[in-house]
Design a protein around this ligand. Structure first.
Ligand code: ATP
Length: 337
């Protein structure tokens, strides 16, 4: 398997800020790779390092086996789609898409041909004479994508490309982007702080915190088997059990995660057997979410959320309930107890 992008102990410091701090990472050719993390965690700086807009303070970057340090952005086989699209307002769609080719001295006839092909790829055939101001947000997004694709990059960097779109359009573009990536086979490196987006689109996800990658893995690993409290907290809505609570309910004296959908409300007099862990908890709130209802509870100092099929139990805030979960549902994390 060819490595598209390799980071070896890469850091980028701005004064005392460690924007990227000792990151080692391999992104495979053809991979849809998401960088996920809170604001300021270093995702964009990583993209800019790949694009060549930033240079590492230390460490080494390779793109398709070639040293990237010192290679200017336009000589890397990499293109970026920015969140604000950065389209030229006074140029029509065709010229916006062909701009990069013009800078590289490609003839007008050639660049128009290739730009029309790129516009067809993003399903914008027929829009070439319009100005960006005459397009919807989603259409502008597609123009930005076509403008990057027309250069036939081997790696496409996308910095929150769907951030400016409303939810419905965003979901539609998620599907389209993923399909396009599959069909073209281009390596996508996608920055987002939307965990649902990262998990649903990416082949692998890297979770960033304070300039470091805390965990990298396939979406299922990240969601089901977070290695650290930070990941469990950030990715979705898992319960993070303190070592004391875990021990009190029969688990190890370690930090552990427990997904809300694994917890049930026990309604019988007796509990079935020793493979089921349980505790008493007080219901704090009940949120109907359609197919499931989310119940927030408190067991001593431990907050526990359970999602149960709507209509399967009648509970109200203030009720004392018994929560039960299979022993195997507990996922032990690596944080110090
Ligand atoms: P967001 O999701 O908000 O875009 P991010 O994870 O992409 O955040 P970065 O933009 O990579 O984060 O920033 C990482 C850290 O580096 C932040 O603390 C930021 O303020 C700092 N930083 C980034 N660029 C510079 C710069 N040119 N000069 C000084 N500090 C910078």
């Amino acid at each position: 398997m060819t490595t598209a992008v390799r980071f070896q102990r890469v850091s980028r410091h701005f004064g005392t800020v460690r924007a990227v701090d000792d990151v080692t990472l391999d992104i495979a050719e053809g991979e849809f790779f998401a960088m996920l993390g809170p604001s300021g965690s270093g995702k964009t700086t990583c993209l800019r390092l790949i694009a060549g807009f930033e240079q590492p303070t230390s460490g080494h970057i390779e793109i398709f086996g070639e040293t990237a340090e010192g290679v200017p952005p336009y000589r890397r086989n990499v293109n970026t789609v920015f969140q604000d699209y950065a389209l030229f307002p006074h140029m029509n769609v065709l010229d916006n898409v062909g701009y990069g080719l013009m800078v590289r001295g490609v003839s007008k006839a050639q660049r128009d041909k290739r730009s029309l092909e790129a516009l067809a790829l993003v399903e914008l055939a027929g829009f070439e004479a319009r100005r960006p101001g005459q397009l919807s947000g989603g259409q502008r997004q597609r123009v930005a994508l076509a403008r990057a694709l027309v250069n036939e990059p081997k790696v496409l960097l996308l910095d929150e490309p769907l951030g400016a779109l409303d939810l419905k359009l965003r979901e539609q573009m998620q599907v389209e982007l993923k399909t396009l990536q599959r069909n073209l086979g281009i390596t996508f490196v996608f920055v987002t702080h939307d965990q649902g987006e990262a998990l649903s689109m990416a082949d692998r996800v890297a979770i960033f915190n304070e300039g470091k990658i805390v965990q990298v893995g396939v979406p299922e690993d990240i969601y089901e088997r977070p290695r650290r409290r930070f990941v469990a907290d950030f990715v979705g809505s898992s319960n993070v059990l303190t070592p004391d609570f875990s021990a009190r309910t029969g688990g190890p004296h370690k930090w552990a995660s427990l997904r809300p959908e694994k917890i049930d409300i026990w309604r019988e007099e007796t509990l079935p057997d020793a493979t089921v862990r349980h505790c008493e908890a007080k219901v704090i709130s009940v949120h109907y979410q359609g197919a499931v209802t989310r119940i927030a509870t408190q067991a001593g100092g431990q907050l526990l959320s359970a999602t149960i099929p709507s209509g399967s139990a009648k509970v109200s805030p203030g009720d004392i309930v018994t929560l039960a979960w299979p022993a195997g549902a507990l996922h032990v994390m690596e944080d110090e107890a």
